[in-house]
Design a protein around this ligand. Structure first.
Ligand code: SF4
Length: 334
């Protein structure tokens, strides 16, 4: 199956402003490598989860795929065409097909607008409907797809009259109204009550099944990724360190960082005889990245080579890729 979206050796680096004296007199700028050489493709109807701690670069990668932040280097292809080269009508068409769902349904909806106006806004901005009747029909259709039924009951309500789950469904309806092919869902359930999370995830999977939508599902919660993904990518300090099907990532992981994430997941037993590892320390400052493997200051298995040479992402088996010098040893140990 062909890729809907693909990043090739993507880099997004930012200059961080230091104090006036450091910057002007010492000519000293700091650079954050938020995304640092990522290759990732998402196929039609595929759900790929991007998992990692805060500051790993997940959201920056998601926004870059939508051309919402500038890239430093590399290529992003949507349906085979370079995203960051798009301008004018081409860019507008891309933005219709590639959408984002934000984390916070309380902030993403304008509190002064009626639900019918919030959901219709993308149609109005892009001048995609000619009559009020057509607009109403499309809004009702999108609300229904998002599971807000009967949709007519929601048209004349304000966001504050809805529950958190209903608001997130409205946010999803504003993306569905454009009939997208690809959605970046950035922590879409993390602000919701636990009881509502499963419903929203089921809705997303149902939309994938019915409409063939592809997702990049950004989360810090590996158990959620495990539930809904076709593949899981583990991200650490701007790099993907392990990627593969959920059964291999959760049941047979080979990267010590992934293993530490699994060991704090509820209801998952570690495979083989290995000891549980508890992640120590904070994520290093992305301005001063560690030498060699970026995970080595926190890795319980680190060896000399890890401090000197940066590992590359390489294939282990069946669509399972790992970036660790000792992956073969871990595979042999089980
Ligand atoms: Fe740990 Fe070394 Fe593997 Fe990095 S390369 S994850 S430091 S064992």
């Amino acid at each position: 199956m062909s890729a809907v979206i693909e990043a090739r050796d993507l880099k997004i680096h930012f200059d961080i402003r230091k104090s006036f004296i450091e910057e002007v007199i010492k000519n000293n700028k700091s650079r954050v490598k938020a995304v640092d050489g990522i290759n990732l493709e998402i196929k039609k109807g595929e759900i790929v989860s991007l998992v990692g701690e805060s500051g790993s670069g997940k959201t920056t990668l998601g926004k870059a795929l939508l051309s919402l932040v500038p890239k430093t280097d590399g290529t992003i292809l949507f349906d085979g065409n370079e995203v960051h080269a798009k301008k004018g009508r081409e860019l507008s068409l891309f933005r219709q097909k590639a959408q984002i769902i934000y984390q916070d349904p309380y902030k993403s909806l304008n509190p002064r607008y009626l639900i019918q106006d919030i959901v219709a806004e993308p149609l109005v901005v892009n001048r995609l409907v000619k009559t009020a009747a057509e607009q109403r029909e499309r809004v009702i259709e999108a609300l229904t797809w998002a599971g807000l039924t009967p949709a007519e009951d929601y048209l004349h309500r304000f966001p504050h009259e809805l529950s958190g789950g209903q608001r997130q469904r409205v946010a999803i309806a504003t993306t569905l109204i454009m009939k997208p092919e690809f959605i970046v869902a950035d922590e879409p359930v993390s602000m919701l009550d636990v009881s509502i999370r499963a419903d929203i995830l089921k809705l997303m999977v149902g939309l994938r099944d019915r409409m063939g939508i592809s997702y990049l599902f950004i989360t810090h919660d590996l158990s959620l990724a495990w539930l809904i993904s076709d593949r899981i990518a583990i991200m650490y300090l701007g790099k993907i360190v392990e990627i593969g099907p959920p059964a291999l990532i959760v049941g047979d992981s080979l990267h010590p960082y992934t293993r530490a994430l699994i060991d704090v997941m509820p209801h998952v037993k570690s495979s083989g005889k290995r000891k549980k590892s508890i992640l120590k320390g904070e994520t290093p400052n992305p301005i001063n990245l560690p030498s060699g493997c970026r995970f080595h200051p926190r890795c319980p298995a680190a060896q000399d080579i890890c401090r000197k040479e940066e590992p590359v992402l390489r294939k282990m088996k069946d669509n399972h890729f790992v970036s660790c010098h000792l992956a073969e040893n871990f595979a042999a140990e089980g």
